[in-house]
Design a protein around this ligand. Sequence first.
Ligand code: NAD
Length: 347
Amino acid sequence: MRIEHDVLQDFVEEIFKAAGSEPIEAAIVADHLVLANLSGHDSHGVGMIPRYIDNIKAGSLHPNEHVELVKKDGSILVFDGRAGFGQVVAREAMAETISVARETGLALSALRNAHHIGRVGTYGEQCADAGLVSIHFVNVTGHRGLVAPHRGADARYGTNPICISLPDTTEEPRIILDFATSKVALGKIRVAHNSGKELEEGLLIDKDGNASTDPGVMFADEVGSLLPLAEHKGYGLALMCELLTGAIGGGGTIQPKNVRDTRIINNMLSIVIDPARLTEMDYIASEMKAMCDYVRDSPPRAGFDNVILPGDPERAQREQRRADGIDIDEETWRQIIEAAASHNVTL
Ligand code: NAD
């Protein structure tokens, strides 16, 4: 199934409006999901719709909710997402954090209890749009864990993503590093499962802790686990996401005494910095350009294309998919159509 992004955008907006969102919310959520597909991250694109629709029906995702500032202490902000659409409440929280960072040069915000915030790079890009540097740590709670700790045989936490974002300079486009701390995001396993594809080795283990290449082990009754990125290093980063957002940020960790059903709750700790308060922007631009060129000039190793920078793949995918359309596998499309039909929406 190949679909043009603007047709998809309209369809997704209709689905969320029918599910109870105000038009502005439906547009923000649709825009976020379609941009994730356009960026090549199908795991965080429109394939999430069935889960969101189910969670609205279950009462664990609250349409038309807005972020609440629960505490402001100097340039430290604490927000409650009130289980609203993460795409809306995280964007609102970031907008306030950005305005404090512009004033003071540095802001720290903890967002608690947001429903799934989607592609975290979106919030890095929001800061880059404002000319600011940002660092984001995220945990994922409200349901069982998905990732086994290094040396562990079963899942104890989520795919806890991290994003570090640098704004455009006069010499270089923005650099957006944004990834899950598992070897792959669960959504990528879902896409493989829905497409009937086997996975490469080393990404997951089955319910007994044995290596597996079957994406189905993540959707079986007795589930397996994803493996952490870079063994103890990815595990360490994921644990820090959990503790920074869930304990220190106050949003709650995934430890089993906290609520678990099918909801997807994200807590995010963000640090937003005005780079101009540290160094002259001209120096930043020329030094970044020199370093990025130096890295890019490394001759490609056998079997690889040229060296690129974080953010480059998403830019390239956006250009290509805007022109050619977005491919959606049959099973994912069937699930989206089914979710839409449950609200009498058709393409
Ligand atoms: P990924 O493995 O595709 O890595 C993406 C990052 O690596 C990007 O910054 C990209 O620019 C960079 N990159 C990719 N290839 C590169 C190359 N050859 N050279 C240099 N840089 C390169 O991403 P992922 O781990 O599958 O995560 C996908 C998305 O899922 C992310 O947007 C993440 O925020 C999101 N996510 C969200 C949640 C949540 O709970 N909300 C949980 C997990 C992941």
